[in-house]
Design a protein around this ligand. Sequence first.
Ligand code: NAD
Ligand code: UGA
Length: 473
Amino acid sequence: MSDKIKTICCIGAGYVGGPTMAVIAYKCKHLKVIVVDLNKKRIDSWNDKDLTKLPVYEPGLEDLIKKCRNKNLFFSTEVAQSISESDMIFISVNTPTKESGLGAGEASDLKYVESSARTIAEFATGHTIVVEKSTIPVKTAEVIETILNSSQKNIENKEKKSFTVLSSPEFLAEGTAINDLLNPSRVLIGGESPNAINELVEIYKNWVEERKIITTNTWSSELSKLTANAFLAQRISSINSISALCEKTGADISEVAVAVGMDYRIGQHFLKSGPGFGGSCFKKDILNLVYICKLYGLDEVANYWNQVLRINSWQQNRLTNIIVKKLFGTVSNKKIGILGFSFKANTNDTRESPAIKICSDLLIEGASLSIYDPKVQAKDIHKNLKDFISTKNDLIDLEKNVFLTSSYKDLSEGADAILILTEWEEFKRIEWIDISKKMRKPAWIFDCRDILNFNDFEESDLNIWKLGLGSKI
Ligand code: NAD
Ligand code: UGA
């Protein structure tokens, strides 16, 4: 065990910073771990006595926070003070797609990374290891290093400071973050300084087998993260493209996925067809990869990866069109129930959720929606729909047309259709006979997550449409 690192600070108390630092604090009781953020509301929620108010919902997170908070894990807005007392600093800030200027719509906006580097440069003391946790374009470590090293030049006769930058991208998935962090498939550490790499390896060795800790050069580490996300997203677009062909031919996508995935060279994971991938990262990371490829003149490579995104939007549009067509070509003044709004099960995160686009398009078509999600707050659903619809310059009265319910049972009254958009466990156990009694006939269930079984509907008078299989009337 290294005795050099005593205090770690993480800049960014989001979906990555919070859970990652909770696990480090839990597994490394000898370390003091401070998570800082400029967003006071977020820090207050991390410090809330009521653990159901944590800003991030992840199975297992509450328990870790209960065990470590205010013992060796602290959440604070005291950025400068926390940086100055830390030996190692993780940068876990958001890296969204640039909205304007050079590279708008594709390149990563590194303003938060850059401002973190500048704050570290100003307040760090002695030697500090700076770890990139955020997902960033390849070569970002060079930018961080330049900012950090130029800070030393301003120092006159003050205490000398020095920095080493490492890349250690995070591979956790939301909904399984704590398990992914406790049992990672691998930990990747890229850098040029064996001593600094070793300090970070020593931290992970507290719970991760050494053979799973990979060390590489900085650029391989940075690029591996973008590549891993691009490969995962590519599999989803691949299976979704075949789901459409299944619906035309009588093949069943779930049977095809099993048959294909049993080839060990292909593997069975990430072959679940659905309403397209959501989440804060796949889209932005592929856009970023596309941008980098273009920057280096690799247009064919850029086009190849862009196609993964095109299939994803196509899948979402395709679903809306099928729903409208099945409901006699119009959903105007029809009641549609929506089951699930988060981008996947077991998270309260709605960023880039397919539900946002599908619900907005149905509202624009004139439908009235009742939405239920077990973890997403009503205000988040409203905000997402309002923001999306305003980009289309449409004026929909959300107060009149969107109803949020506190149980799935409440959205069936008079409904013409129910859509399953997130694969929450409770939706797999719904008693459809009871639901059917309350719906207006002919009534449709659209299973956009392929979680229902046609056999469970034999006794009911509901029409079912399943993604990657088609309809049963
Ligand atoms: P997030 O938006 O949930 O959290 C980022 C936080 O950083 C925010 O709370 C913001 O206020 C804070 N912040 C920004 N600038 C700051 C500054 N200068 N000082 C202090 N705080 C600052 O983002 P996230 O989902 O946690 O993602 C963070 C990074 O990790 C991104 O690069 C993302 O691509 C990557 N990543 C995310 C996931 C995921 O599952 N969400 C998984 C792996 C990697
Ligand atoms: C993804 C990666 O899985 C993580 O390894 C990575 O660290 C993270 O992005 C990141 O960089 O942010 P996440 O977006 O949290 O994690 O969740 P996933 O499980 O990958 O799901 C992403 C989307 O794909 C969801 O909308 C999900 O429903 C969809 N999906 C996933 C499918 O449609 N089919 C599948 O088989 C798997």
